[in-house]
Design a binder for this molecule. Structure first.
Ligand SMILES: [Zn+2]
Length: 234
């Protein structure tokens, strides 16, 4: 890597006709920054640039020297093509970028989650939970996704329409419980090669929920109410 850094430094120096100090990093968002320091250019570049082709190195130089928009486009394309070399964030890192808002007006998701975690999972589930965001929909909804689970960030999201006094606690608990099961049973490929989001074990496990039949019945009778709920997008 050290050798490649020197090589790239030299390639840039030739094109910029100035001294270049190059630092190589493994950032996840900012791929390139630079600043002028007297007669020297200081560049910080993602390691994908180490073996960049000549046109990319030329674009780097034009972009650094005069903010050339064509060069900028070419660099963006290069970064896009090399996206696989950008490190993926860990769930904890991804979570830091999400604003968690688990405390609603009527139902405190954090509390519900903590209780379910104790009661059913011996406190072993290490996901985070939050409301929303409410998807923007015009007119009445035809369906409603009451919860979701992201395996990448380990975040459970609950639809803000559930945060109403008419929605019973056991119903919210059931939705949260279901999403917690998604944390336990990951999506996998079924025998037919299709993605199986709800494997039989998950469906079976779900029946252990203390108010399962009641929650199902409430959903059947009140789905309309949830579909009509007015939710202001956060
Ligand atoms: Zn599900």
């Amino acid at each position: 890597m050290k050798v490649w850094r020197r090589v790239l430094e030299r390639r840039l120096r030739t094109r910029l006709r100035a001294k270049v100090a190059l630092e190589i990093h493994d950032n996840t968002h900012t791929m390139l920054t630079f600043q002028r320091q007297r007669a020297m250019w200081r560049l910080r570049l993602h390691h994908m640039f180490l073996v960049a082709p000549d046109d990319v190195v030329q674009a780097l130089a034009s972009f650094v020297r005069k903010g050339d928009p064509d060069a900028s486009v070419l660099l963006d394309k290069f970064i896009e093509r090399n996206r696989v070399y950008i490190r993926r964030l860990s769930p904890a890192q991804m979570r830091k970028r999400i604003r968690l808002e688990p405390v609603g007006q009527h139902h405190d998701l954090e509390r519900i989650y903590a209780r379910l975690n104790e009661r059913y999972f011996e406190g072993r589930i290490d996901a985070a939970i939050t409301y929303g965001p409410a998807p923007r929909v015009k007119g009445p909804r035809k369906s409603i996704k009451m919860g979701s689970y992201s395996a990448d960030s380990k975040v459970i999201r609950i639809h803000p329409a559930l945060d109403q006094p008419v929605v019973p606690r056991y119903f919210v608990e059931w939705i949260v419980f279901h999403e917690m099961l998604h944390h336990v049973y990951r999506t996998r490929k079924g025998e037919d090669g299709r993605r199986c989001i709800h494997p039989p074990e998950l469906m079976e496990h779900e029946k252990q929920f203390h108010d399962y039949a009641r929650a199902l019945a409430w959903e059947r009778e009140n789905l309309d109410l949830l579909l009509r709920a007015r939710v202001t997008p956060a």
